[in-house]
Design a protein around this ligand. Structure first.
Ligand SMILES: *Cc1c(COP(=O)(O)O)cnc(C)c1O
Length: 379
């Protein structure tokens, strides 16, 4: 499969698949619940600009990111909807929250008071810790939670929490999740009972949607599922939904050479040929997001066939065994995530070989990997 190679390594984004995933996820959620996509970490490595712009075109107006820098970038790209910063913003950057009209997560009462003392009016969502024990005021500190509404510089437009076991299907995981849901609902109810309202609610990330689609809040903070991936290839979500992968990760075969029996290849050397072989050099490495864990164990697709990674993955290059593909030539395309002929490698599969989850693999695709939108009618 020859191609016009321009770049060392590139990611092809199928934006039609992204639009498909938006429609599928939206269909799954109750009416009145809208998606608030997580476009943090450069949209899970996909390229936040292209992803956010495409989501905007589908009608999405609410986004979440991890940091104030990510939020400001979205504004600079013309995203004018609601942008919620899920992480902590330090006081030296409070001014940017105001200037760019960003929505900040209140991580606890101490932080709420810092915002209040700054003397400007901030739009915020209150984070509640219902059991993940990361950000948010602890749900059992009810009195602290109610105090947020006494701080007149805080314009509270949302209340949210985060599920930490919604991907688990064990009875233990499900009962922990149910406890988190009840806890969150209890707080919302008590706020209403005290006459406090006017805020939106959200609790679910991707697995919260896929395993608890019946829940009905104002937003769902969807991340990995929007990109058409699950965390692990063994996950079987409760919801019947067809998601399509958005990203393919490709590189080129830059040379093919013989390796004689007994000769080593790569650093270490961690690999020695047991027989006469033909090996290929690919222009992608761990700085591009191919984990070094895949040394002597990963796979790529060349000309519709699966070839093993041999030796250690280097920073910029790696080696594959192409002995079974006599027609392999420099200039061939090699696929790490995506399709080639009838074969496919999913991000989940690559992640499992590397001992991690697809979220990590995608979000660590290197900066020098060129992101390009897939042209219609090309494969
Ligand atoms: C990243 C993140 C999400 C999205 O998570 P996915 O599992 O990728 O859908 C949702 N909520 C919070 C608080 C997050 O940090």
């Amino acid at each position: 499969m020859r191609h016009e190679q321009r770049d060392r390594a590139w990611a092809v984004l199928n934006l039609e698949n992204l639009r498909h995933n938006v429609r599928e996820l939206q269909k799954l959620l109750p009416a009145g619940c809208s998606l608030m996509p997580a476009v943090k970490a450069d949209a899970y490595g996909h390229g936040a600009r292209m992803i956010a712009k495409t989501l905007w075109e589908t009608g999405i107006r609410d986004f979440c990111v991890a940091s104030v820098e990510e939020a400001v970038e979205l504004r600079e790209w013309g995203i004018s909807g609601q942008i919620l910063i899920l992480g902590y913003t330090p006081p030296v950057r409070f001014e940017e929250l105001v200037r760019y009209e960003l929505t900040q997560t209140v991580v606890d009462l101490t932080y709420a008071r810092e915002l209040q003392a700054y003397g400007r009016r901030f739009t915020v969502h209150v984070g509640i810790d219902t059991g993940m024990h990361r950000l948010g005021e602890r749900s059992d500190n009810r009195e602290n939670i109610f105090r947020f509404w006494e701080l007149d510089n805080l314009h509270i437009t949302g209340v949210f929490s985060h599920l930490c076991a919604s991907d688990g299907m064990s009875e233990e995981a499900r009962s922990y999740t149910r406890k988190q849901i009840e806890d969150f609902d209890g707080i919302v109810r008590e706020l209403y009972e005290r006459g406090i309202g006017g805020f939106k609610t959200h609790l679910q990330g991707s697995y919260g949607i896929l395993n608890y689609p019946e829940l009905s809040y104002d937003y769902a903070r969807v991340g990995i599922a929007l990109y058409g991936a699950l965390s692990s290839p063994h996950d079987r979500p409760a919801a019947d939904i067809s998601l399509k992968p958005v990203l393919s990760l490709k590189t080129g075969l830059v040379c093919v050479k013989e390796l004689h029996a007994g000769e080593p290849a790569g650093y270490g050397p961690a690999f020695t040929a047991e027989k006469e072989m033909k090996i290929g050099v690919l222009s992608i490495g761990y700085a591009d997001g191919i984990p070094r864990e895949l040394s002597n164990r990963g796979h790529a697709l060349i000309r519709g066939r699966r070839v093993p990674v041999i030796g250690r993955v280097c920073m910029d290059q790696l080696l594959v065994d192409v002995s079974e593909i006599p027609e392999a030539r420099a200039g061939d395309e090699a696929v790490f995530i995506g399709r080639s002929g009838g074969e496919e490698i999913r991000a989940e599969e690559l992640a499992e070989e590397a001992g991690t989850i697809a979220n990590e693999i995608l979000s660590r695709i290197g900066r020098r990997v060129i992101r390009r939108a897939k042209k219609l009618n090309s494969y």
